[in-house]
Design a protein around this ligand. Structure first.
Ligand code: XMP
Length: 506
């Protein structure tokens, strides 16, 4: 493992990810980790992340200096590089001009710059920089304003970059990280999906032995892949519970049952809780209240089912790496209270959690899912909110409204897929507004619902832009929906980005 020590950079997850793209397994750990812990983790190399602080400031994060004596190859990035200089007896000082953006980097021929041209672009973002190198260190790259854009202490295998090799604006950044791993640290690239699967099957088997495991299957990517891994490891010792809350899209519940029970032979309990959820939602139109009730009802339903099974030893959760980071990072203001299965551990009687995906990024989870034989429609599924269609029916949720929405949403999705746009568009769905407007059909006046269409591009759902869908496609979708779905006589297309809007309407 290569450890990325976190000093508060916004890019530290990206660093781990780039190292893993170079086929070397990597994890982000606290910058306060001790040399002993680094040894215990069996680290083969260390990367120090950037961060907003200045090394001289009071309270600036430092690191256990004994890590420098472990004889491990070390690469410091931005703040990490300055910290290496500071701890080794050199100095940093304010840069003459704050450097921000793409700059031309001149490199000297050294192992860490193998296959990197003498001049190329790099991404800079700093106000301080190295002003005096410690004894035994040499500058190996520069920009116009930054004489020490990179340095090396070759004997001790200590390197530092003032720029950010992990962002794509550094043209040869990935090559440099690759060189650090292979040319400097002499590592073997053995981080691959197959190895991950093999290793985690062995780990899961060792942990579970002949005991019983329970999993809440939502039909989403993460819980499905987690369940498949555990199923592959221990077969029928795993029981999955799927709760049909009546808020799913057309055919979704049937698909989950067909796939997991019939085709993949998982031990699956499907709970039909449609009525229970709808009863809880009757008369409720406030979005947060809907979310709260759905979350609570889910937990109660799951609890009832779990009781029937009795005590289990383990509970599987589809936690993935970004969840781990987010929950550690302290949440920003609650814009919408997201309902996931986070409340489960409190209500199920079990001894230990199994989280086989906790070190993977979303796209790695998809790769593992595909390698485990899950179909592409599932592993490449667009995000779908836990409260389901309840937050896409504006106002009170009723079965007739859900039926209208399901039918319209299905047409929209089918047309996007038929146009081969599902990879370009990150999320796309229909919303049943509470507005009725006047229309005319044949010679008749109608007074029916307005339906909203939403399609966005995004990377992680935190920000999003509305998709510029081709107008002929929008025309076709609109036409089909008003003709095929009763009770809808007007279609609007949502052209707001996030922020200021959110992706969902509630
Ligand atoms: P918003 O609407 O906040 O959505 O821009 C961002 C992403 O999160 C999804 N979303 C939810 N997911 N429970 C979930 O599990 C929720 O309550 C919830 N609300 C929104 C949304 O679909 C989008 O992908």
């Amino acid at each position: 493992v290569v450890l990325v020590l976190d000093f508060g950079a916004q890019y530290n997850q990206l660093i781990a990810r780039r190292l893993r793209e170079a086929s070397v397994y990597s994890e982000v750990v606290s910058g306060q980790i001790t040399a002993e812990e680094v040894k215990a983790k069996g680290a083969k190399a260390i990367v120090l992340s950037g961060g907003p602080a200045v090394v001289y400031a009071e309270g600036a994060p430092s690191m256990d200096p004994a890590i420098l004596d472990l004889g491990l190859p070390i690469l410091g990035i931005c703040y990490g590089a300055q910290l290496l200089v500071h701890l080794s007896g050199g100095k940093v000082a304010p840069a003459l001009a704050r450097e921000y953006g793409q700059k031309e980097l001149q490199v000297q021929p050294t192992a860490i710059f193998k296959s990197v041209p003498a001049q190329s672009d790099c991404w800079m973002s700093h106000t301080y920089q190295v002003s005096e190198l410690p004894a035994g260190f040499e500058a190996i790259a520069s920009t116009d304003h930054c004489p020490v854009a990179a340095f090396a202490q070759k004997e001790k295998q200590i390197y530092g970059f003032q720029y950010h090799p992990e962002v794509m604006h550094t043209a040869f950044g990935q090559q440099m990280l690759h060189n650090f791993l292979y040319e400097v640290a002499g590592l073997k690239g053995d981080w691959q999906t197959d190895n991950f699967i093999e290793a985690s099957l062995a780990e899961i088997r060792a942990k579970i032995g002949d005991k019983k495991v329970l999993c809440a299957l939502s039909g989403g990517v993460d819980s499905s892949v987690a369940a498949m891994l555990v199923h592959k490891a221990v077969g029928k010792q795993l029981t999955c519970i799927f709760v049909d809350n009546g808020l799913l899209r057309k055919n979704e519940a049937e698909q989950v049952e067909q796939l997991f029970r019939q085709e993949l032979d998982l031990q699956l309990i499907c709970v039909d809780a449609k009525e229970r959820f709808l009863n809880q939602l009757a008369g409720v139109s406030d979005p947060e209240e809907k979310r709260k009730r759905i979350g609570e009802t889910f937990i109660r339903v799951f609890e009832d089912e779990a009781k029937k099974i009795g005590e289990v030893d383990f509970l599987v959760q589809g936690t993935i790496y970004p969840d781990v980071i987010e929950s550690g990072a302290g949440h920003a203001a609650v814009i919408k209270s997201h309902h996931n299965v986070g409340g489960l551990p409190d209500v199920v009687d079990f001894k230990e959690l199994i989280e086989p995906l906790r070190l993977l990024f979303k796209d790695e989870v998809r790769t593992v899912g595909a390698a485990l034989g899950l179909p592409s429609y599932l592993v490449n599924r667009q995000p779908f909110p836990g409260p389901g269609l309840a937050i896409r029916v504006i106002g009170e949720v009723t079965e007739p409204k859900l039926a209208i929405l399901r039918a319209a949403d299905y047409i929209f999705r089918s047309e996007i897929e038929a146009a081969d746009l599902e990879e370009e568009v990150w999320q796309y769905f229909a919303v049943l507004t509470g507005i009725r407007t006047v229309g005319v059909m044949g010679d008749e006046r109608t007074y029916h619902y307005t339906l909203g269409l939403r399609a966005v591009s995004s990377v992680d759902g935190m920000t999003a832009d509305w998709s510029r869908l081709p107008l002929p496609l929008l025309a076709k979708i609109s036409n089909r929906i008003v003709n095929e779905v009763e009770q809808v006589n007007r279609i609007v297309y949502d052209i707001t980005s996030k922020p200021p809007a959110t992706i969902e309407w509630e």
